[in-house]
Design a binder for this molecule. Structure first.
Ligand SMILES: Cc1cc2nc3c(=O)[nH]c(=O)nc-3n(C[C@H](O)[C@H](O)[C@H](O)COP(=O)(O)O)c2cc1C
Length: 348
């Protein structure tokens, strides 16, 4: 109810104005999150990498680019929150308009270009949040500045990794946004090796993920998984937005992305069996419990959502969490792991 009323006002505004206003409201009134009253049963806790998510559904990067709305968002039913993408220095991103809704198709096109307040601001935000105590895991998604030449990109990632490794719960290397020219070229084996070396990552450090694009060839997946395992990453996040030139520049997310992202996830989940140390987090187009079940059947466990949350609001999370509860009761299962295993076995 509350979200439908809010949405009818917000959707009258330009998409980016609506987004900025919502972030400001969430930042200023975190306690209003209780209006959405989402109860999460402890049975839905899921181990993801070395962390425990409060539910299997996390918030994907890009909604809370500067970690201003964590306090609000951590109360509405997500299991974990990923903030960013943050770049070393602040940057304004691409020219507006750069955010477009496809309401009928529950999809979004964006060409934001990593607009963010920079790593110093993010560092202070995360410190402030940590001093108050985090109720669910907080991931920091990192990216290079647009003005950093491609050959110097590893330096940007190294700087950001070192800056956030002791304060973030997990870190995500984003080399998959279509809105920073040249960024996706860092998904090749050679480029990834250079990038991972520049992190100077030691054993037993913070959980680290690589976020990949849906617009890659199936045979690129092998090289990505092999390199991620070689450098002891925690896992892979798939996928970022997709390009659909017929719709215009930028990246498409939401229902229009679902099929492409699902196919890449399925292929990753099949191949990742050869790398038991690697965790996997699915993202891209999830908009219902049915989608979540389809992902579990394909071998997935934890997932993230962005676009469907914009169209459906916190009700989407309560409806997924309620469906999990009723499945657990119906099947007389004790934990989310048992439920996921049940769907994975059923798929065989
Ligand atoms: C407006 C917008 C901004 C985004 N910004 C980022 C970003 O800064 N970093 C990132 O890794 N992904 C970003 N994403 C991609 C999402 O994290 C997610 O991978 C993608 O939207 C697919 O999930 P969805 O279909 O649930 O939205 C952005 C998505 C949208 C819609």
């Amino acid at each position: 109810m509350v979200y439908s009323a809010l949405k009818s006002l917000l959707f009258k505004l330009d998409a980016e104005d609506a987004h900025d206003l919502t972030i400001k409201l969430m930042e200023s009134f975190p306690l209003f999150a209780s209006l959405f009253n989402t109860h999460i049963d402890p049975k839905t806790c899921l181990k993801v990498g070395n962390l425990t998510w409060k539910s299997p559904v996390g918030l994907a990067a890009g909604l809370d680019k500067n970690a201003r709305a964590y306090e609000f968002l951590s109360q509405v039913g997500f299991g974990a929150i990923e903030v960013g993408t943050v770049t070393p220095r602040p940057q304004i991103g691409n020219e507006r308009p750069r955010l477009f809704r496809y309401i009928e198709e529950e999809s979004i096109r964006n060409c934001m270009g990593f607009n963010n307040l920079g790593s110093d601001f993010m560092y202070q935000q995360v410190l402030k949040l940590k001093s108050k105590g985090l109720s669910i895991p907080l991931g920091v998604n990192i990216g290079k500045n647009k003005t950093t030449p491609d050959e110097e990109a590893p330096k940007d990632y190294g700087l950001l990794y070192q800056k956030f490794k002791d304060i973030a719960d997990y870190i995500v290397i984003n080399v998959s946004s279509p809105n920073t020219p040249g960024l996706r070229s860092h998904q090749t084996k050679d480029a990834l090796e250079k990038l991972f070396k520049a992190l100077d990552r030691k054993e037993e450090e913070v959980d680290l993920y690589l976020k990949i694009a849906p617009d890659i060839e199936m045979d690129e997946i092998d090289a990505i998984l092999e390199t991620a395992a070689k450098f002891r990453l925690t896992g892979i996040i798939a996928t970022n937005t997709t390009i659909m030139p017929e719709r215009g520049v930028g990246g498409i997310s939401g229902k229009l992305l679902y099929k492409k992202a699902h196919n890449i996830r399925k292929a990753c989940l099949e191949k990742i069996k050869n790398y038991p140390s690697l965790e996997f987090i699915g993202v891209g187009g999830f908009a219902s419990y049915n989608d979540v079940v389809e992902y579990w059947r394909a071998g997935g466990r934890a997932l993230q959502i962005y676009s469907a949350f914009i169209f459906q609001g916190p009700k989407l999370l309560s409806s997924i969490n309620e469906s999990i509860q009723s499945d657990l009761a119906r099947l007389e299962l004790k934990s989310i792991d048992e439920l996921i295993n049940y769907y994975q076995r059923k798929a065989l």
